[in-house]
Structure formats: structure tokens, C-alpha cells
Design a protein around this ligand. Sequence first.
Ligand SMILES: Cc1ncc(COP(=O)(O)O)c(C=O)c1O
Length: 409
Amino acid sequence: MSTHDAYFCELQAALQAEGELLPRLIVDLDRLDHNIDQAVAFAARAGKTLRLVEKSLPSFELLDYIARRAGTRRLMSFHQPFLTLDAQHWPDADILLGKPMPVALVERFYHSLTGAFDPQRQLQWLIDSPERLQQYLVLAQQRGIRLNVNLELDVGLHRGGIAQGEAGTRMLRELLRTIEQHPQHLAFTGFMGYEPHVAMLPRLFGAPERLLAQAMATYQARVEQVQREVPALWAQALAAVGQPPLILNTAGSPTYRLHEQEQVSNELALGSGLLKPTHFDLPSLAGHLPALFVATPVLKTADALTLPGAGPLPAFVSRLAGRGKQVLFIYGGNWLADPVSPAGLTASKLYGTSSNQQVLLAPADTALQVDDLVFMRPTQSEAVLLQFGDLLAVRAGRVVGHWPVFANQ
Ligand SMILES: Cc1ncc(COP(=O)(O)O)c(C=O)c1O
């Protein structure tokens, strides 16, 4: 008889005790603690600071919880409305943008800024090109402010930023010159070099160790270029008087654990891996536990798959496709998530998908009744977290918190 194992039985009981029969996202705090502790211990070993990737954990309760346990106030933000919320909610945060913002959104951020957050000491904008830096400079001059500039490096991902090779050397030179010439309005505060390809590419494209060594050699060369060509800017970034500390950011969940030896970066970004959706089932994250699940009730069951249509063909195809299966219609569906419990659940490609009542095929001996729950693992966290209303925080078989997520704006 196929049913939930002890872990999912306990989760189901926890939700049923709450009368929880809506599709819900569950965060398992015991598992999250384990993942946070893994990351903290690793960062201590590697001598680096952790920065939380806010878009992958878009709930202040969740971010607060992780930040407290991890002992960091550093956030990486990717979305102007979220950045504005971060500055209000965490007036003591140290925020680095994870992607370059159109200058109009930078303006919007300053316009909407309230409270104690001080961008000049606490916020670094990410700059990917001389053209964008010029736009930011004009804004800084107009507003009479100074903007902190963290420069995006292409260390092999090829998603923009300062390219590898001679063209990149020239671009960095131009960027640094602009910053140097406008000390009242621009400050150099470091680099960001993101390198998920190191862990994601098939080995045919290069072993992770080799790709990481290449990425960090590029990074090191850019650091040395600043030290050599504009030592005053480097010294100012190191001294960090009236501006954020020098940030040499790298990594993300897929690669953070590969950075134990390299001495170039001083901080690691990390988000999704703390919840470990399925895209992060990677060898480098083998020590992390899945901590995020969709739970949704079964609305209807059927002993056999019956495809719509007239004549003998639909009946024949139904028999073939539904051999040894029963059918579950669930509340909702079509999420970026894969069924995980009970074992053996699959979506039916033939029946098609539905956001309203998705069909799942289950082994014929699956002992689920109407109103029992099925569980799925999201493939990613950033989009899925915004789709279910409050997160349910669960610990030791009990729901211990309803955590609102950011408004999807
Ligand atoms: C610049 C940058 N750093 C880090 C990350 C890592 O985020 P996560 O740990 O959630 O994969 C991302 C993800 O998109 C990113 O774009």
C-alpha cells in the first residue's frame, strides 16, 4: 500500500490539525535550521560573510528568521519594490543590488525612501556598463547625493557586466576613471562576480574546479587592475569611511560550497539553497535538506484514467496510459513543482495540466482519500513563494507560524 512516509504523515497531520485545506507552501524550520547551520559553518571555515538573496526568500519573517540564526544583516536585492520594502523593514541592512536597475527605478527608490536607512552607508548599486554609470552620475548630481558603485564582473556566466579580456580591461578603466573624477557623487565599493555555470554546466563544458579557478582568476585580475591603476580608489574602498565596506561578492546556492580555498572574494550570496527546491539537488548541496513543500488536498479520486473524446480510441489510449494507475484530481496545480509524496505520483501529460484541478496519476495501491493531502517540491523558490499566500512555518509536527510573503508587484 503506497501512502505517505512518516515525515509526510506528520506534516499532513500538522496541517489537518489546523483545518488547513487550501494549497499551501510549507517551510520546515527544523530542516531550514540544519541548512542555515551548514552555511554558517562553511562560511566560518572559508573566512567569508553570508549575504541573503532576498528574491529567493521573499518574506520578511523568513528573512528575519534566517538572518537571526545566520548572524547577518546583508541582503542582495533584485527588484525595486522589494528594495524599498527592505530599506523600510530593515533600516540596519547592508544591501547590494544583484542586478543593475534602470536609472528611473533608482530615482523611484530615492523618492519613496522613508525611515532611518541611509543609502550612502548601506546600499550599493550594481553597475554593468559605462553608459549606466553616466546615467547614475547624472541622477546623483541632480539629487546632490553620492551613489555607491559595485561593479558587475563577467567571470564566465556571460550575462553582461565587465567582460573578460582586453575589452573588459578597457571598460573597467573607463568606469574607474569616471568614479575617480566624481568623488562627490560616486564611490567604488567593490565587485560582484556570479558564477552558477560552474556547478550547472555539464561536465563536458569543464569540471567545476576548473571553471571556478578560471572565474576566480578573472576576478583576481580585476581586483589587481583597480589596485594597480587607481590605488586611491582601492584604499578608499578598504577604509570604508562613510561608505559601505569593500564587498567582493560571489557565488549563489549552486556554488557557495566550492569557495573554501579561494582568497579573492570576501562574501558569498545564498538564498534558494536554504530551502533547497529541486533545481538545487546538486552534488555541491548534498548536505542541505529539502525544506520547502507544496501541500494541497485531493478533491476527487478515480480508479482509472478516462480521457475525454468519442469513439473507441480515447478508451484504448486511456487504458494504455492509465495501466496500474489511479487518478487524483487536486486543488490547484500547474505550479513549478514536482509531486513528491506519496511516492510514484506523476502529472498526466495526456490529460493535460490545470491550474484549477490538476490530474495526477498515482500507483493503483495509493491509499489516499478525498481531503487527504499530496505534497510537491517546488523546482525553485523565488516565483513559487509568491503564489500561495502566507507560508506555513512548521516545526516538529506543528504549524508554528503564518508568514506573509512580499506582495507580487
Ligand atoms: C547575482 C546573483 N547572486 C546570487 C544568486 C543566487 O541566488 P540563490 O542562492 O537563490 O540561487 C543569484 C540568483 O539569481 C544572482 O543572480
